[in-house]
Design a protein around this ligand. Structure first.
Ligand SMILES: [Fe+2]
Length: 180
């Protein structure tokens, strides 16, 4: 997984949007905003995913295909929704099996977008309460495993005055040492 600051230049969200020269984001910076990731090769991934899921308490999982073929009519609408800046009240855990895409996460307190270019073998944990969004890249296709503890609470709460006072947002800010 490559991590770098998003250049904020208007245009196709599926393009890399890498600054020239690129501004890479370090693992320390990702840790500071509580974004976690592991690399688990896709070949023979099952036992390793099982072990990690057990250790982290992820009891359930399913598969999602984000592509025109995989989603049919709701594809365009879904892509728009995924790219709205939002938060969840639960972790968003994704293990990429094939294809690729971009998760953008908001760095606080700078309010800069950090772009995470994910590819097969990347297991990414986006914490509850962080603002983020997702887009496919120019390959237009990703297949990922979604892991979750119990019932997934993936309702997207789009960034607003309300989300600023959402307890999960407040807890998140506290966990990274920002805010009261
Ligand atoms: Fe999300």
């Amino acid at each position: 997984m490559r991590a770098y600051y998003f250049d904020n230049i208007p245009g196709d969200q599926r393009l890399p949007h890498d600054y020239v020269p690129s501004r890479p984001v370090s693992n320390a910076t990702l840790s500071a905003i509580n974004v976690k990731y592991w690399t688990i090769p896709v070949v023979d991934h099952e036992p390793k995913i099982d072990a990690l899921a057990k250790e982290q308490g992820y009891k359930n999982r399913d598969l999602i295909n984000v592509s025109k073929e995989g989603m049919g009519e709701i594809y365009e609408q879904k892509l728009k929704t995924f790219f709205e800046e939002h938060m969840h009240e639960d972790e968003e855990i994704r293990y990429v099996l094939s294809g690729s895409g971009f998760f953008d996460v908001r760095e606080t307190p700078t309010d800069e977008w950090i772009r995470l270019a994910v590819e097969p073998g990347d297991l990414l944990v986006i914490p509850a309460g962080i603002y983020h969004r997702f887009t496919l890249d120019e390959r237009n296709k990703i297949q990922a495993m979604r892991l979750f503890q119990d019932e997934p609470k993936w309702i997207p709460h789009n960034r607003s005055d309300e989300t600023e006072v959402n307890p999960h947002r407040v807890d998140y800010l506290r966990s990274i040492g920002v805010g009261a």
